[in-house]
Each structure stands twice: as structure tokens, then as C-alpha cells.
Design a protein around this ligand. Structure first.
Ligand code: SF4
Ligand code: SF4
Length: 132
């Protein structure tokens, strides 16, 4: 069961990764993103070579500096809601192996992501309800 979930998760991650590369919305150049300071900078999984894990929510999330047209937002939503329909864990900043651990939800500091229709991106909160 868990390996199936993992396979499905990684398939959707690959789809999201391909979409992010196609759209190139972070516009990475010389190790710097479009905003100049990456949203990954405080994450435990960031390395000098970028992200060390595969996380679907992180791939679908974007900061408010990035504007996408409706067609591309729909592509992002489609992947997010497909993952939700499949019952896959939708946490940012964790690998699928971590998310499948028995105590993950009890110990992880962030809530599961939801899709915010107003700002058209997945969002999540710390367990104290502070926006990330
Ligand atoms: S989402 Fe925004 S802050 Fe994060 S890497 Fe892309 S441009 Fe930078
Ligand atoms: S897990 Fe998410 S926030 Fe952390 S380094 Fe990877 S992409 Fe960035």
C-alpha cells in the first residue's frame, strides 16, 4: 500500500517538476531565483545544490511575485487535486518516505497543504496557525 502511494506520489511529482521546468516561473539564474531570495532558504532539505528531496507541494507552490495565466494555474490545480483524490499526503518540506512514517503527522510542524482559490496556490500553516 505504502509503496503504491509512493509510486503515485513520485509520478505526480515528476509531472509537476516537468511543468515547473516548462513554465520556468522561478527564473533561476546563477543560483538565484527571480525574487533573489529563495523560499527554500529556511528548509532543512535545502543544500548548496538546491533541494535534496522530491516534494510535490513545493513543486506546485509559488510566491506572490510570480503571476501565471489561468491556463497554467489550472495545470497546477489539476495535479494538486489529482493527488488529493488519490489520498496522497500533501505536506510541503518533507519527502514521501518521511510522510509515510507512522508518527509523521504528530511530529511534523506544518499542516497539510490546501489549495487557496483566492491566491491560486497551495498554502500551509505552522501548527500554531502562522502562515509560511
Ligand atoms: S517561488 Fe518565489 S521565492 Fe520561491 S524560488 Fe520561486 S521565485 Fe524564488
Ligand atoms: S523541501 Fe521544499 S522548501 Fe525544502 S528545499 Fe525542497 S523545495 Fe525547498
Amino acid at each position: 500500500m505504502n509503496s503504491t502511494k509512493k509510486e503515485l506520489y513520485l509520478q505526480l511529482y515528476d509531472k509537476a517538476d516537468k511543468l515547473q521546468k516548462e513554465l520556468d516561473f522561478c527564473k533561476w539564474e546563477n543560483g538565484k531565483c527571480f525574487r533573489g531570495r529563495s523560499c527554500c532558504s529556511t528548509c532543512l532539505h535545502v543544500t548548496e545544490n538546491g533541494c535534496s528531496i522530491k516534494n510535490l507541494v513545493c513543486k506546485l507552490w509559488r510566491c506572490s511575485n510570480i503571476k501565471l495565466d489561468e491556463n497554467n494555474i489550472n495545470k497546477i490545480k489539476e495535479i494538486f487535486f489529482e493527488a488529493k483524490k488519490l489520498g496522497l499526503p500533501l505536506y510541503a518540506r518533507a519527502s514521501i518516505d518521511e510522510m509515510l512514517l507512522e508518527n509523521f503527522e504528530k511530529t511534523f510542524p506544518y499542516t497539510e497543504a490546501i489549495f487557496d482559490e483566492k491566491i491560486q496556490t497551495p498554502i500551509f500553516f505552522t501548527k500554531e496557525n502562522t502562515t509560511n
